[in-house]
Design a protein around this ligand. Structure first.
Ligand SMILES: NC(=O)c1ccc[n+]([C@@H]2O[C@H](COP(=O)([O-])OP(=O)(O)OC[C@H]3O[C@@H](n4cnc5c(N)ncnc54)[C@H](OP(=O)(O)O)[C@@H]3O)[C@@H](O)[C@H]2O)c1
Length: 331
C-alpha cells in the first residue's frame, strides 16, 4: 500500500480508503448493489459482510475508512469491527459525516431514503449518535454534501460548533456534491472562525467523466487541505458492469486502454484519479471482495500519455454528469 500525509499537518494515511455507502444499508444507487448483498438484508448478514470487507481492506494495507450517519447501520458495523479487532500497531483513520438522516427504514425501495438538514440542532444530535455508534470519536467529521443552497457555510452557529469540536482535537471537513462543487469549495476555503481557517479536508467527486473540480482542488491542496476523492468509479459506470463499456464506441476506449495496460477497467479509472497531484486519498466503494481486490490493482498501474490522450474523450460537462447520476436507481 502507498501512504500520504492528509493535508499540511495531517496524519499519514493510506492512498486508498474504503467507503461504506454501499455496505451499511440495503438500498443504494450503485450499479449491481442488490446483487452484491445477495439480497440478504438481515442485520447480522450485512454486519458480517461489512466486517469481511473491512478485514480484506485492512489486510491489503487500507487504513482510511469513510462512513456517514445516513449510511443506515454503517457506523454501527464499523464500530463493531473496531471494537472486535485485535490491538494493532497502526490505527485506522475513521471519517464520518453529519447532515443527512437515514429514513429508508431498512428497505431497498423507500419514498425517501435520506433527509438533508445542516442545522446546528442536527449537528449536535448526530455527533452524539456517531460517537455512540462508532464507540470512538471520529478522527474526521465532515459536513455531508455541503452546497451553496444549504447555506451551511454561512451558518455561524454551525461553524462555531465545528470550531469547538476542532479545538478539542477532531478534524473538521466537508464533502461536496452536484454541478457546483468547485464554487462551493471556493467559498469553503474562505471560512474562518476567529481568524483560523475551519476546514482541514475536502471530499469531492472527481473521475474520468467529471473533472470540473481539478483547479479548485489544486488550490485547496496548496492551501493545506487534505483532498479525498469519492465516486471515482462514477457509482459503477466506470466498470465492466456498465453496458455502454461494451456497446458504445466512446466507452469501449476504456476497455481497449485497460487491455493495453493489462489491467481492469475499474483499476484504470482509479489510477487516473490516484495520479492527480492534488489527490491524497481515493475511496473505493466496492461492496464485494472481488471488486475490492480489482480496485487495489490501481496502485500498480503506470498511467501514460496514450491513456491520458485517448481517455480525454470520456469527459462530460458537470451538468450532464449529475443529470445521469440522478437517473441511477436505488437497488
Ligand atoms: N456526498 C458524499 O459525501 C458521498 C457521496 C457518494 C459517495 N461517498 C463516499 O465515497 C465512497 C465511494 O463512492 P461510491 O461507492 O458512491 O461510488 P464509486 O466508488 O464511484 O462506485 C462504486 C461502485 O463501483 C462498483 N465496482 C467497484 N469495483 C468494481 C469492479 N471491479 N467491477 C465491477 N464493479 C465495481 C461497485 O460495485 P460493488 O458494489 O459491486 O462492489 C460499486 O457499485 C462511498 O462509499 C462513500 O464513502 C460520499
Amino acid at each position: 500500500m502507498k501512504y500520504t500525509t492528509l493535508g499540511k499537518i495531517g496524519p499519514r494515511v493510506s492512498r486508498l480508503g474504503l467507503g461504506l455507502a454501499a455496505l451499511g444499508r440495503p438500498g443504494y444507487i450503485n450499479l449491481g448493489h442488490a446483487e452484491d448483498l445477495q439480497q440478504n438484508y438481515s442485520t447480522q448478514a450485512m454486519q458480517w459482510h461489512t466486517c469481511k470487507m473491512l478485514d480484506l481492506a485492512w489486510d491489503a494495507g487500507i487504513r482510511y475508512f469513510d462512513v456517514a450517519r445516513s449510511y443506515g447501520k454503517g457506523e454501527a458495523f464499523l464500530g463493531f469491527w473496531l471494537k472486535n479487532k485485535s490491538q494493532k500497531v497502526e490505527e485506522p483513520f475513521v471519517a464520518s459525516k453529519w447532515g443527512y438522516t437515514y429514513t429508508a427504514d431498512w428497505k431497498v425501495k423507500a419514498q425517501v431514503h435520506e433527509i438533508k438538514d445542516h442545522s446546528v440542532t442536527v449537528l449536535q444530535k448526530q455527533i452524539l449518535e456517531t460517537r455512540q455508534q462508532l464507540g470512538v470519536n471520529p478522527d474526521l467529521y465532515q459536513i455531508h454534501s455541503a452546497t451553496l443552497e444549504s447555506k451551511v457555510l454561512e451558518n455561524t452557529q454551525v461553524l462555531r460548533r465545528l470550531a469547538q469540536l476542532k479545538a478539542r482535537g477532531m478534524r473538521v471537513g466537508l464533502t461536496l456534491s452536484g454541478a457546483q462543487q468547485a464554487v462551493t469549495l471556493e467559498k469553503a476555503l474562505g471560512v474562518n472562525v476567529e481568524g483560523v481557517r475551519l476546514f482541514d479536508t475536502v471530499q469531492a467527486t472527481f473521475n474520468l467523466l467529471e473533472r470540473s473540480t481539478a483547479d479548485m482542488l489544486t488550490t485547496a491542496r496548496q492551501e493545506g487541505l487534505g483532498v479525498v476523492i469519492k465516486e471515482a468509479l462514477a457509482n459503477g459506470r466506470l466498470t465492466f458492469r456498465n453496458p455502454d463499456v461494451h456497446l458504445n464506441p466512446k466507452w469501449q476506449l476504456l476497455k481497449t486502454q485497460a487491455d493495453r495496460l493489462n489491467t481492469t477497467i475499474d483499476a484504470l479509472a482509479l489510477a487516473y484519479v490516484l495520479k492527480q497531484p492534488f489527490v491524497n486519498v481515493v475511496l473505493s466503494g466496492a461492496a464485494n471482495p472481488e471488486h475490492l481486490k480489482s480496485n487495489l490493482k490501481a496502485l500498480d498501474i503506470q498511467w501514460d500519455q496514450e491513456a491520458e490522450e485517448v481517455l480525454q474523450e470520456l469527459e462530460e460537462t458537470s451538468e450532464t454528469y449529475w443529470q445521469n447520476r440522478k437517473k441511477l436507481d436505488w437497488n
